[in-house]
Design a protein around this ligand. Structure first.
Ligand SMILES: [Zn+2]
Length: 376
């Protein structure tokens, strides 16, 4: 079982500069390798493999000082990242989708450098310093202890601050809990989530307030003249607010996930990335990102606790009746808040959806158990 631990880094001025240089070098490597692949591909030649690019990088280290001053394994991790993006692209193209071609990474789209094997180029020293090859010993604040065995290390820059993320192996996951209630969850816009027991969770007030402030701050940025000092200041303010909102949201996600995991042996949620998912136009990407983070947190908390978590295909979960199974004749619109079925069942629309999600989760569980039994 893997778990990530994230801590703030406090580099001094020269270390911060060196970290920025490291990030820029990795970004350059990524973009160069992407250009290499793209040119070869468009030239109608064969495709370039990760192995070739890795070998070429090794050669270029002899002549390029910035590449020579880069940890080799971490550079390989960056090349592998590109390789993964390419494989995903070809897989999706083959499946008949029209994926976007891998993009060159601008500064705000490339923020992470990975050290794929702990101890190679990056290592924790006496619990308050992180050694990074070519950079030195950076102050780190371990606000909670690292658990398990550190496997990989990532250095990430976000909103001008640096973080270290340890991915740790915590050993075998606990046995699944056998007893306890089960729950289905419908994620929505009006309520953050609604459970099959009829419980509805709204985002806290301060959280909604921060979102409003954020909108105001962003408008304020766009009204100021480009390149002006006032615009720069307004942007700084928006960035800080953005960070604060993101923290509050994560905090809220952690708390809600904790409650659900503590109280249930099985949690069924909708799979967020199902193809053709009929999300309404109201569901902006910000909401999607929020849901994805929540489901992610919920999943790892569940894994740690031995709670089963099952992602189900959410299609028809709003339309179908959770009491008799009939599909509603009239498709519900967003303003239809109630589920009214000809069988006589009446319920809140989201509670009905959550109940459907739970029963799908239950049947999925039965199926996976049968598969496990036939394999065993
Ligand atoms: Zn019905």
């Amino acid at each position: 079982m893997r778990k990530a631990f994230k801590y703030r880094l406090y580099p001094n001025r020269s270390q911060a500069e060196a970290l920025d240089t490291m990030l820029a070098t990795h970004r350059r490597l990524y973009n160069l390798a992407l250009r290499d692949r793209r040119d070869t591909y468009e030239g109608g030649e064969r495709s370039v493999s990760y192995g070739e690019q890795s070998a070429r990088f090794k050669e270029s280290r002899k002549v390029l000082a910035s590449f020579a001053a880069t940890n080799f394994s971490s550079a390989q991790a960056t090349l592998r990242r590109l390789d993964k993006a390419f494989k995903a692209f070809f897989r999706r193209a083959k499946a008949g989708e029209c994926p976007g071609y891998s993009r060159f990474k601008g500064e705000d789209r490339f923020r992470t450098v990975e050290f794929p094997s702990y101890g190679d180029g990056c290592r924790l020293k006496d619990n308050h310093r992180l050694y990074v090859q070519h950079i030195g010993h950076i102050k780190v604040k371990l606000h909670r202890p690292v658990e398990g065995t550190i496997k990989t290390v990532s250095l990430k820059k976000a909103c001008g601050k640096w973080y270290v993320i340890f991915s740790c192996d915590l050993g075998e996951a606990p046995e699944p809990v056998q007893d306890g209630p089960e729950v289905g969850i419908d994620l929505g816009l009006k309520a953050f989530l609604v459970t099959s027991d009829g419980e509805s969770v709204r985002p806290p007030r301060y959280y909604r307030k921060a979102q409003k402030q954020l909108r105001v701050a962003q408008r304020s940025v766009s009204r100021k003249q480009k390149g002006s000092n006032r615009r720069r200041k307004a942007r700084q303010k928006a960035v800080r607010l953005h960070e604060k909102t993101a923290n509050q949201r994560r905090d809220f996600h952690h708390k809600e996930a904790r409650k659900l995991v503590d109280e249930h042996r099985l949690i069924a949620v909708e799979a967020l990335n199902v193809k053709g998912l009929a999300r309404t136009c109201l569901a902006k990407s910000t909401h999607d990102a929020g849901w994805a983070q929540f489901v992610n947190i919920l999943s790892y908390k569940a894994e740690e606790a031995g709670t089963r978590i099952i992602a189900v295909d959410p299609r028809n979960t709003t339309q179908a009746c959770s009491s008799c199974g009939a599909m509603g004749e009239v498709k519900k619109t967003l303003s239809d808040r109630m589920h009214v079925c000809s069988c006589g069942y009446v319920a809140d629309r989201d509670v009905n959806a959550a109940k459907n999600i739970l029963s799908l989760g239950r049947s999925d569980q039965v199926r996976t158990q049968r598969v496990a039994a036939s394999v065993a």
